[in-house]
Design a protein around this ligand. Structure first.
Ligand code: NAP
Length: 323
């Protein structure tokens, strides 16, 4: 059972990441084409039983949420069918300072108000703190969380890109459980597996994943969500100017397995992540309706993937044998 289900959140196995919707990363107004593209993505997701959506206040300078909100405003019946997650805590550079993180109470509360307005929604199912703020005062952040919960504006809370100590510190100030940790994990970004494999091995010094993080989240029923889960299309058809030898081999192996199993390449790439016993929930960042549909193949692939297939993909992408 997925940790989110244990918390009473009936989310889908996959999440549609909405960072690609809403036009350019600037303050230009949304266009009809931006909204049409978002509609097509949402439609493809729902048709593939993907009912959870991942946003952030910063995506496309707020326009990803705004485009999504236009759909909800004209189809309010959709809201109850969806699990909507957004994030706050990253601030763009402005006249007062460079780009920065902000977990202050004022910033969190005003960010959520902005998100709800743009989404045309009365509540968020899940709010994540986007990236650790070195100046976080856990008790101040907890006050914001408690206020959002009491007001009904947010139902559940989680974090993103945090290590076990950071999660524990914040949790110690909260009355309710943190339910999500969203991290970069994919067949291309392997640190999440390598970290466990390299315990007691010098080669592990370059792994950029906190020690014991997977196990910490599993033990505390914190849902692991994978951003970048499609490896940016590297193994599923996107043209990259240059691929290394191991990337080429992995691409070929993904293609071979997809052909053997009569499934999509996206199904293999995501199925590999989901085969891991941590019950990882991939956040898929594609805006292509066809690719969104292909992603759903991963559920079956994960159920059927053998240990040998899983290790073949892992070792191929690592580009060297295990210690
Ligand atoms: N918590 C965090 O710090 C954090 C950071 C980054 C992202 N996220 C979330 O995670 C989601 C996914 O992450 P992501 O978008 O970075 O990574 P991703 O899902 O691995 O990659 C999505 C990108 O790859 C492209 N792509 C995939 N397959 C392709 C193919 N066959 N051919 C051409 N292009 C292909 C997509 O373009 P098309 O749209 O054309 O398919 C899109 O630009 C985001 O939407 C966001 O919700 C969270």
């Amino acid at each position: 059972m997925m940790p989110l289900e244990k918390r009473g959140i009936s989310s889908s196995r996959l999440i549609l990441g909405c960072m690609g919707y809403g036009g350019d990363w600037d303050n230009s107004p949304l266009t009809k084409e931006d909204i049409r593209k978002t509609e097509a993505g949402v439609e493809a997701a729902l048709a593939s039983d993907i009912t959870m959506f991942d946003h952030a206040d910063i995506y496309r300078m707020g326009k990803a949420e705004e485009a999504f909100g236009t759909i909800l405003a004209s189809n309010p019946q959709l809201r109850e069918k969806m699990v909507i997650q957004s994030k706050c805590g990253i601030r763009f550079a402005d006249s007062s300072a460079p780009g920065r993180y902000d977990f202050s109470k004022n910033h969190i509360l005003s960010s959520v108000d902005g998100t709800l307005k743009r989404l045309s929604a009365e509540y968020l199912d899940v709010l994540l703190l986007h990236r650790p703020d070195p100046l976080m005062d856990a008790f101040e952040t907890a006050e914001a969380i408690s206020e959002l919960k009491k007001s009904g504006k947010v139902r559940h809370f989680g974090v993103s890109n945090m290590n076990p100590g950071q999660v524990q510190l914040l949790q110690s100030a909260l009355d309710e459980p943190l339910v999500v940790n969203q991290l970069e994990m994919s067949l291309d970004k392997l640190d999440w597996v390598d970290q466990g494999v390299y315990v007691n091995h010098a080669d592990g010094s370059e792994v950029s994943f906190a020690a014991g993080l997977l196990e910490y989240c599993m033990l505390h029923h914190i849902q692991l969500q994978a951003w970048g889960s499609l490896a940016n299309g590297k193994f599923s058809g996107r043209k990259f100017p240059e691929l290394s030898e191991s990337e080429m081999k992995t691409l070929q192996l993904v293609e071979q397995l997809a052909a053997e199993k009569n499934t999509s390449r996206e199904g293999i790439v995501l199925g590999w992540l989901m085969r891991h016993p941590a019950n990882i929930q991939p956040v898929i960042g594609t805006t292509s309706p066809e690719r969104i549909k292909n992603c759903q193949d991963a559920i079956q692939v994960a159920q059927e993937m053998t240990r040998e297939e899983w290790y073949s993909l892992y070792v191929s992408s690592r580009g060297r044998n295990l210690p």
